[in-house]
Each structure stands twice: as structure tokens, then as C-alpha cells.
Design a protein around this ligand. Structure first.
Ligand SMILES: O=P(O)(O)OC[C@H]1O[C@](O)(COP(=O)(O)O)[C@@H](O)[C@@H]1O
Ligand SMILES: [Mg+2]
Ligand SMILES: [Mg+2]
Length: 337
């Protein structure tokens, strides 16, 4: 059995001139994940459920666990000193760490500290998503917004923690996707899913069909296609929607499938945030042989302009994402379904 710590060090050897700072950063994420996991596991017994009483920059009601996870991951990053700044779903502006070691940190991190907030109170699996870049600004200088507005293909590392029936940490540094399961009896993440590959075709689709009326025409046609009786093509597909991006993506990564959050009436730009939801999950998807787009463009090629910008999102098995892109490109969104 190999632990995450051992795996990180082993993989560092692949880079002869590595300084060890990325390994240390991943170690800090591992620690914060355990601390947040401990709190989630006893949610309902301690005062960690429900609203924190404030709103985040997205206008969403901040949950106590959103705030708790945000504080724990921020603190772990600042303490380790490899990261010079953090941007988070729960913070309007990016945070530039002021400590001497942090100021000389090579990396920046973007995060969704608690993904699937609507599921916290009902004991359904939630997650944490992280994305790591090399800073653009000179080492030792002030961190800038440009450090955070980098296109997804420049990510150095990305991953998520899923707090579910078991707790897992899944990440990539551009050399495949690897999954580690937390063994609660020893408090250690152990390698359980090495080199994950997403099936190129699956039979699961994940979308909030409650928004159907306002979906783009191409998406409506794709849903019809998914539900048609064509046994020789494994259709109809099965609908599964947990309502936590991390959990829906994780299932589709293992079994094959597609997650979609298109534009809707209440989300004309899409709902998911490009920098700390779409890009990190896209990096994982592509590293596992899958695909991620906004319906037309490769998500990781999009040049970001704002910290909290949103995007329509289609991610999963390559053939399924290409199919919905095809329907979207064929349709004038105002044509009848
Ligand atoms: O309730 P909806 O509109 O279907 O949205 C669910 C989606 O929104 C999210 O909860 C957004 O993430 P946060 O919970 O981090 O804000 C995704 O995890 C999920 O896939
Ligand atoms: Mg989220
Ligand atoms: Mg969140």
C-alpha cells in the first residue's frame, strides 16, 4: 500500500530539478482535506450545518461549511508558504499572503473550498476543488490579478477532494490522474485508483432537468437523443444528478458519462465558475482521456477576464461531449425542438 505522501515524493523524482515546493503544497492540501473531512463527518453533531448568515460574491447564501473549509485551506496554504496568493469562490478579491516565505512562493492557488453546498445539510457527498498555477509576477513582488487570470492549459496541478461514503483525493500534475482513499483508521490517504482513464463513451448523463424549458435547443435535442430507445447504441442512457459537480464528475470519471450545466434562464452565462470549477475539472478530464468545453471552445483555452466569471460547461466522456457539441453547432437556439 502506497500513501499519498510517498507517491508525491516518488513523482517528484520524475523532475530532476524539482525544488520540492509543489510536493510541499500538495502536502498542505492533503492536511487541510483531512481537517475539513473531520468536520464534515460530524456535521449534524456540531454547529457546522446551515447558513453562516452572509452572502458570497456570487450572491449565494454562504454555508457555515463554505466558510470553515475556506478558512482551513487558506490557513494551510499560508502556513506552508509555497503559495503567494489564493483566490476562492468565498472571497470577492484574491488574497496576497504577506509572510516573507509566502511572498517568495512560486505558486498561486484557486479554489472552490466547498462544492455542492446545497447538499451539505442533507448528508449528500460534497467536495473541494483546487487549481494550481506558477505565478507570472516576479518572485518576491506583489501578487497581481494577472497571476490568477491564466488560461486553464497553464495549470501545473489540479484536483478535488470528495467527502462521500469514503473520502478521496484525486489529482493530476499533468502525468495522469490518480486517486487516494482516506483510511480513517490511520488517517492516511492511500493509493486506490492509479492512472484513472475515463471511458470514451458512457451511458450516464447528469444535468438539472428542472431548467429544461430554458436550455439551448442543442441541449434539448441531445437530451432527446439520450432518451431515445436504441438498444444497439446502449440508449436510452441513465439520468443521474447529485447536484455536486465533484460527485457527478467523479462518478462519470469512473463509469463514463457526461455532466452538463448549460446556459439557463437564471444563469444566462452558465452557472459554474471558469477558474475554480471548470478549469481544474477539465484538466483532470483531459488527463483521463475525456473532454471539457463550453459547447464550442475547449474550456482550458478560454482566456479569463474576471476572477468569478461563469461559463456553460460540458465535461466527460469524449464521444458524449462531442455529440452534444455537434447538436449545439447544428442548431439555431431559437428553432423549435
Ligand atoms: O442546483 P443546481 O442549479 O443544479 O446547481 C448545482 C451545481 O452547482 C454547484 O453546487 C455549484 O457549486 P457550489 O456549491 O460550490 O456553489 C455544483 O456543485 C453543482 O453541480
Ligand atoms: Mg462549486
Ligand atoms: Mg463552493
Amino acid at each position: 500500500m502506497k500513501t499519498l505522501g510517498e507517491f508525491i515524493v516518488e513523482k517528484q523524482l520524475d523532475f530532476p530539478d524539482a525544488s520540492g515546493s509543489l510536493s510541499a503544497l500538495l502536502g498542505a492540501i492533503r492536511l487541510a482535506a483531512k481537517v475539513v473531512n473531520r468536520e464534515i463527518n460530524k456535521a449534524g453533531l456540531v454547529d457546522i450545518i446551515g447558513s453562516a448568515g452572509g452572502e458570497n460574491v456570487q450572491g449565494e447564501d454562504q454555508q457555515k461549511l463554505d466558510v470553515y473549509a475556506n478558512e482551513k485551506f487558506k490557513a494551510a496554504m499560508e502556513a506552508r508558504g509555497e503559495v503567494c496568493g489564493v483566490a476562492s469562490e468565498e472571497e470577492e478579491e484574491f488574497i496576497a499572503f504577506q509572510g516573507t516565505k509566502s511572498k517568495n512562493g512560486k505558486y498561486i492557488m484557486l479554489m472552490d473550498p466547498l462544492d455542492g453546498s446545497s447538499n451539505i445539510d442533507v448528508n449528500v457527498s460534497v467536495g473541494t476543488i483546487f487549481s494550481i498555477y506558477k505565478r507570472i509576477s516576479p518572485i518576491g513582488s506583489e501578487v497581481t490579478l494577472e497571476d490568477f487570470l491564466q488560461p486553464g492549459y497553464k495549470q501545473i496541478a489540479a484536483g478535488y477532494v470528495i467527502y462521500g461514503s469514503s473520502t478521496m483525493l484525486v489529482y493530476t500534475t499533468g502525468n495522469g490522474v490518480h486517486g487516494f482513499t482516506l483510511d480513517p483508521s490511520i488517517g492516511v490517504f492511500c493509493l486506490s485508483h492509479q492512472d484513472l482513464k475515463m471511458p470514451t463513451q458512457g451511458k450516464i448523463y447528469s444535468i438539472n432537468e428542472g431548467n429544461y424549458i430554458k436550455f439551448p435547443l442543442g441541449v434539448k435535442r441531445y437530451l432527446k437523443y439520450c432518451q431515445e430507445q436504441v438498444p444497439e447504441e446502449n440508449r436510452p442512457y441513465t439520468s443521474r444528478y447529485i447536484g455536486s459537480l465533484v460527485s457527478d464528475f467523479h462518478r462519470n470519471l469512473l463509469k463514463g458519462g457526461i455532466y452538463m450545466y448549460p446556459t439557463t434562464a437564471s444563469a444566462p452565462e452558465g452557472k459554474l465558475r471558469l477558474l475554480y470549477e471548470c478549469n481544474p475539472i477539465a484538466f483532470l478530464a483531459e488527463q483521463a482521456g475525456g473532454k471539457a468545453s463550453d459547447g464550442e471552445r475547449r474550456i482550458m483555452d478560454i482566456e479569463p477576464t474576471e476572477l468569478h466569471q461563469r461559463s456553460p460547461y460540458f465535461v466527460g466522456s469524449t464521444e458524449m461531449v462531442e455529440k452534444v457539441e455537434q447538436f449545439l453547432s447544428e442548431c439555431d437556439r431559437f428553432e423549435a425542438p
